[in-house]
Design a protein around this ligand. Structure first.
Ligand SMILES: Cc1cc2nc3c(=O)[nH]c(=O)nc-3n(C[C@H](O)[C@H](O)[C@H](O)COP(=O)(O)OP(=O)(O)OC[C@H]3O[C@@H](n4cnc5c(N)ncnc54)[C@H](O)[C@@H]3O)c2cc1C
Length: 801
């Protein structure tokens, strides 16, 4: 037993230090030697043990033997296990860049690298746009009128958007656009979303995945010179049409066709493309002047190349081209941004309408996947963050102003729980939004991280607004000009569904793509296995698999070590959040191990095991979200008042990570692997209980009164000054109610002591003044607060609807 323990300890130490194979061989030879020597009996069993050991050592250490006896069959098995990848899957996997997600997959994230990344900063022009045209636009937006009367933005707003360049934020200045950074673009969307979701979506789409983005990356110079200035000036309204009745989430299966053929265009016979399509759900489609169209190109007569079917291709087609039917609208949950179907019947276009010209034929899917990574990092996270910040500001103020059972409702623990989630999630979404945008600004195209931030910001926003609605009770439900949250609540599922519906994003993209894209070895092993040169393939595979085994063993040893020590010895920046950095490192090692164990035991079938890959996606996501919180906290140089928000976010993430691990351990089909995981990941039990009630109370309190921290948490919103605006009314009531609270307290005590008779608020104020309990000024203060409260909590009613 002692020698077995010694062997296990040696294995653990060698794994921890990633010892080379000869060192392993030497160490085990030594242990076996000691064991043989001290056993004192040189019987046949020892000869057999030595024989087996020497054979194993020879196979492991002699490259020729190892490759032919071990690696060859493993490579053959690996090739069989690999799920066949279609061209579109391969292009999706190859798109985008790997950043912090790669570090998390490594099991040993390099914090110095993350902390050295520059903080997002806006230029003077970007700042001026936010405080100028963006604020001006918000003042012009009357969401109730947009939703209930116009069912569209007003003509003045459309004009303003075009004239002020809102549709050209991503277009460089040389083409007449604003040339804004992703961070600035995100701030503009965030601000508008806090005022009108319909307006935010309208601004979002031309700046997201669509004609401008595609032309910038892949257009010909002639296309850029023609379209970009027109798009920047708003002379062209773009849309991008990919989805159709049969192809939603599985967008690569679009049936829409483009046939390369001869035809007549503007009176001349040319080689062009005959298009037939049916699309739906297309944002800005009904008012678009130019359609970015995705279709499947076929060239059976080889008029433009040697391929029969070049594949998915993109074109820019003016909406007025004969054969196009456009204009009718869908009604997306009552949020009236322009969205509708469009169709094309035998629409003949010239080849130079293809994005990138003839060279762009068949390149459409790659173009889309590469562009998606940046668009997905910006628009929906900004929209969600705007909605969450607005909810935090409004629901918090309402919870202080609104009284039931003679107390502000925010003082009840049940409401406090909801407020804590609102504050904590809002802070979290904002940190993830900012860090992801700054990665885009550094030139990254984060394919996996953008999926994480899209998924979690939209899900958190849905949860925040659900909580906000609960806090606001009937006043959240009764729609009308006074309603604050109803429209955000209605819009929440839209963000969940677009740019990759969330269920699919969680279960197929975040881990599914991440495991291949961000894992230090899997993609390289797949590429090695696919190499048609058998000798090269075997040599590369042999080297990579050896390194991969060392990596997995190292993560297992580190996860156990960090588990036993609670991560205390992990390398991490010094400061008040040090323990959280260490916990991310600990769980990252555990995640890297779990990823390998799952890949090894499930192989290609993991693609179908979405519940397991969804849980792995959650772990990766929460590691990223906690990293974003820590990065922001360090960048801001540890503001003490923000520490409770950082703690709440990290502790909740660690708890959710633990829940996901528990789910994986319970459900992994190969039970010995699950037992091993449990032992290594949680050697001393499950340590993460989530944020305490006390911490929840601390962060809920941030929302209940004006403070610099409340302003920072909700920074970037449009805060109206017009007292007729519902948010302005609520802010006014919040200040007055807080100012009058000491007076109210005096009166309450006087009533309790029997010095003032019970009655309505007005009667008690009058009686209190008469009894000399409060002064005339205090009575005025209280009356103003009562009036402001009653105004702020009133709801709309209408003549018979
Ligand atoms: C308001 C709005 C605006 C839009 N704007 C545009 C636009 O401008 N341009 C454009 O081209 N498209 C647009 N879309 C389309 C949008 O991208 C699609 O709705 C989306 O891709 C989902 O397709 P679907 O609605 O057909 O749902 P489906 O594909 O039918 O999916 C339904 C559900 O099944 C889940 N699901 C599907 N497959 C899987 C899987 N393999 N694993 C797990 N879950 C799965 C999905 O996650 C989803 O929850 C818009 C849609 C809406 C509603």
């Amino acid at each position: 037993m002692a020698y077995i323990i010694l062997a296990l300890a040696a294995g653990w130490l060698l794994s921890l230090f990633r010892a080379k194979l000869p060192v392993w061989t030497g160490a085990f030879a030594l242990i076996l030697g000691l064991w043989t020597f001290f056993s004192g009996r040189y019987t046949g069993i020892w000869w057999l043990a030595w024989l087996l050991f020497l054979a194993a050592a020879a196979i492991a250490n002699v490259a020729g033997l190892r490759r032919s006896l071990l690696m060859k069959p493993i490579l053959a098995m690996f090739r069989r296990m690999l799920p066949p990848l279609s061209r579109t899957e391969r292009e999706a996997l190859e798109a985008g860049t790997v950043g912090w997600d790669g570090e998390l997959f490594s099991g040993n994230p390099d914090w110095e690298k993350l902390l050295a990344e520059p903080q997002p900063e806006l230029t003077t022009d970007e700042q001026a746009f936010l405080t100028g045209p963006a604020e001006e636009l918000c003042r012009m937006l009357d969401d109730w009128r947009i939703v209930s009367e116009l069912r569209d933005l007003s003509p003045e707003v459309w004009r303003f958007l075009k004239e002020q360049g809102f549709f050209g934020m991503i277009i460089p200045e040389e083409y007449g656009g604003k040339g804004f950074s992703a961070s600035a673009h995100s701030q503009v969307i965030l601000k508008i979303a806090s005022r009108s979701i319909a307006a935010a979506v309208t601004v979002m789409v031309p700046n997201s995945l669509g004609p401008a983005e595609l032309l910038l990356r892949y257009g010909t110079e002639a296309q850029r010179e023609y379209y970009l200035p027109r798009l920047a000036r708003g002379e062209e309204v773009p849309c991008f049409a990919l989805t159709g009745p049969e192809a939603g989430s599985d967008a690569a299966s679009i049936p829409d066709s483009g046939l390369v053929c001869r035809g007549t265009f503007e009176g001349k016979e040319i080689v062009g493309i005959r298009l037939n399509w049916e699309k739906r759900y297309i944002t800005l489609g009904p008012v678009a002047t130019v359609i970015g169209l995705a279709f499947r190109l076929a060239d059976p007569d080889h008029l433009i190349g040697s391929q029969d079917e070049p594949g998915i291709t993109l074109a820019l087609v003016p909406a007025a081209t004969p054969g196009i039917t456009i204009g009718s609208r869908h009604d997306p949950l009552g949020v009236p941004f322009q969205n509708g179907p469009n169709r094309g019947k035998d629409v003949f276009i010239p080849l130079d309408w293809l994005i990138g010209g003839k060279a762009g034929a068949g390149q459409g899917w790659r173009m889309l996947m590469e562009s998606l990574a940046s668009g997905r990092s910006i628009s929906l996270p900004a929209l969600s963050c705007g909605g969450a910040k607005f909810t935090a500001r409004a629901a918090g103020a309402y919870a202080r102003v609104r009284r039931q059972f003679r107390l502000p409702i925010g003082r009840f623990e049940g409401v406090e729980e909801a407020l804590a989630r609102i504050a904590g999630s809002t802070y979290l979404i904002d940190a993830a939004r900012a860090i992801t945008c700054s990665a885009v600004d550094r030139g990254e195209r984060p394919s996996v991280l953008s999926a994480i931030v899209k998924y979690h910001s939209t899900e958190r926003m849905r949860q925040v607004v659900d909580d906000g609605m609960d806090v606001m009770g009937g006043s959240g439900i009764s729609l009308g000009p006074r309603n604050l949250l109803g429209r955000i609540y209605q819009a929440a599922p839209i963000g969940i569904t677009v740019e990759g519906a969330n269920i699919l994003t969680r279960s197929m993209i975040i881990f599914g793509q991440g495991a291949i894209r961000c894992h230090p070895y899997v993609l390289k092993e797949m590429q090695a296995a696919a190499n048609p040169d058998g000798i090269r393939a075997l040599a590369d595979f042999d080297r990579l698999l050896g390194e991969h085994i060392g990596f997995t063993l190292n993560n297992a040893a580190r996860a156990l070590f960090l588990g036993v020590t609670g991560g205390r010895l992990a390398k991490a920046p010094i400061g008040p959040a040090r323990r959280y950095f260490q916990t991310v490192t600990r769980m990252s090692a555990a995640f890297a191990l779990a990823a390998d164990v799952t890949l090894l035991t499930l192989g290609g079938t993991l693609k179908r095991r979405e519940k397991l890959s969804g849980r792995l996606a959650d772990i990766l996501s929460h590691l990223y979200l906690a990293s974003a919180l820590l990065k922001q906290f360090e960048d801001r140089q540890w503001p003490a008042d923000e520490l409770p928000l950082v703690r709440w976010g990290c502790e909740e993430s660690f708890h959710l990570i633990q829940e996901s691990f528990t789910g994986i351990i319970h459900n992994l089909p190969f039970r010995p692997a699950a037992w091993l995981l449990r032992l290594v990941v949680f050697p001393l039990g499950r340590p993460f209980a989530g944020p305490s009630d006390r911490l929840g109370r601390q962060i809920a309190a941030i929302l209940l009164e004006p403070s610099p921290l409340r302003d920072r948490l909700t920074a970037g919103l449009f805060i109206p000054e017009d007292p007729a605006e519902p948010l302005a009314r609520l802010e006014d009531a919040l200040a007055k109610v807080i100012a009058a609270e000491p007076v109210e307290q005096k009166l309450r005590e006087a009533v309790k002591a029997g010095k003032v008779r019970k009655g309505t608020d007005g009667e008690v104020v009058a009686a209190g003044m008469e009894a000399g309990i409060i002064t005339g000024d205090e009575a005025d203060l209280l009356r103003q607060a009562l009036e402001a409260r009653s105004e702020a909590t009133r709801v709309d009613d209408f003549p018979q609807l």
